[in-house]
Design a protein around this ligand. Structure first.
Ligand code: FPP
Ligand code: MG
Length: 351
């Protein structure tokens, strides 16, 4: 498949939670040498991740700190680190550790996020707080974040800086979501600021830290960072769409869970802002904040008939176009094609 071609057009819907190694195969790049190198590096990163997450001395604490690393996940962030490194020297010191750092920060944020959301499960297993309690879950997340910082310290000041900056942006995004838009702030502008922080910052950092660690050129680092930023926002919008469109058997999350929680996702905001008289009932259901459980099936049905989902999808595609455009000046390596295919995959998750 050449750059710019659409991956998987007409293919069956893909699981939104495809782990990175299987995702590589799905991307059908036909670059066996590159794919073998990626697979080996992914398993190297996994070893760092597992060793670091389970490093606590007391086995009871290790079970807690290793819980979500054991539970699985896509490992998208490690894959991005490795793809970023392809634009420099992929054999340079610290690439697999950098891949583990990105996943540790992600997992740490999930420890805290599940407490904030009161989520009972994550990756199909009980969430950390539902097994060990909220106080232990918060401390477990803190510990993983500290371990990521320590790994970064072994890689040098650039890694330390990128890691600290990404963690700060994640927290700032989450805080913005918590506080909601200011009195004069446009809710859609606020939505993008939240998505830039809580989702895009770490995807962007992942591509960036891989490229920096591999000593890629400053121009390539900037292009990859921008690609990660746009891809991350598209990824968040895809998640919003999945919540309204995909059954629990596909996503592992209850359909309409964001509506129940009163999350101001992009489709919710666009439905609320739209002026179509046909959407008046939907606007009424969304206006009061969280949709009561009994109203969720009706809200999902009304969403299907409204234009809000198509509008949301169009916004996602524009962000994916920006992610692809950021890659235009990069050398035509298999990693560039993989990133283009990843952009297609994000869109395909929602269809
Ligand atoms: C999932 O969002 C959560 C995030 C993407 C980030 C959460 C960030 C924090 C809790 C700040 C703390 C950060 C660190 C680094 C310790 P979601 O709830 O919309 O999605 P979900 O359905 O997967 O839970
Ligand atoms: Mg959550």
């Amino acid at each position: 498949m050449g750059a710019g071609q659409t991956y998987g057009a007409g293919a069956a819907p893909v699981s939104p939670d495809l782990p990175a190694a299987r995702l590589l195969t799905r991307l059908a790049l036909e670059e066996p040498e590159f794919e073998a190198r990626m697979r080996e590096a992914l398993s190297g990163a996994e070893k760092w991740l597992q060793a670091t997450a389970h490093e606590a001395l007391d086995p009871r604490v290790a079970a807690l700190t290793g819980h979500l690393a054991d539970a699985g996940g896509k490992r998208l962030r490690p894959l991005l680190v490795l793809l970023g490194a392809e634009f420099g020297d992929p054999w340079a010191h610290g690439i697999t550790q950098a891949a583990a750092i990105a996943e540790l920060v992600h997992i740490a944020s999930l420890y805290h996020d599940d407490v904030m959301d009161g989520a009972a499960t994550r990756h199909g297993v009980p969430s950390v707080h539902s097994r060990w309690g909220e106080r232990a879950a918060v401390l477990g997340g803190d510990w993983l974040l500290a371990r990521a910082a320590q790994l970064a310290a072994g890689l040098g000041s650039a890694a330390v800086h990128l890691n600290a900056q990404a963690a700060g942006r994640l927290v700032a995004g989450q805080l913005r979501e918590l506080t909601g838009p200011g009195p004069d702030e446009d809710p859609v502008t606020h939505y993008f600021k939240v998505a830039e922080g809580k989702t895009a910052a770490l995807l962007s950092m992942s591509l960036g830290i891989g490229a920096v660690q591999a000593a890629a050129s400053a121009g390539d680092v900037a292009a990859l960072t921008e690609c990660g930023q746009q891809l991350g926002i598209a990824f968040q919008i895809a998640d919003d769409l999945l919540d309204l469109r995909s059954p629990a058997e596909v996503t592992g999350k209850e359909r309409g869970k964001d509506l129940l929680a009163g999350v101001q996702s992009l489709p919710v905001l666009l439905a609320r802002e739209g002026g179509d008289p046909a959407d008046a009932e939907l606007r009424g259901l969304l206006a009061a904040g969280p949709v009561p459980a009994a109203g969720v099936p009706r809200a999902l049905e009304l969403f299907e008939r409204s234009t809000a989902l198509d509008e949301t999808e169009a916004v996602m595609h524009r962000r994916l176009d920006r992610a692809r455009a950021a890659l235009a000046g990069l050398p035509p390596l298999p990693a560039r094609r993989a990133l283009l295919a990843l952009c297609d995959y994000v869109a395909l998750r929602t269809s």
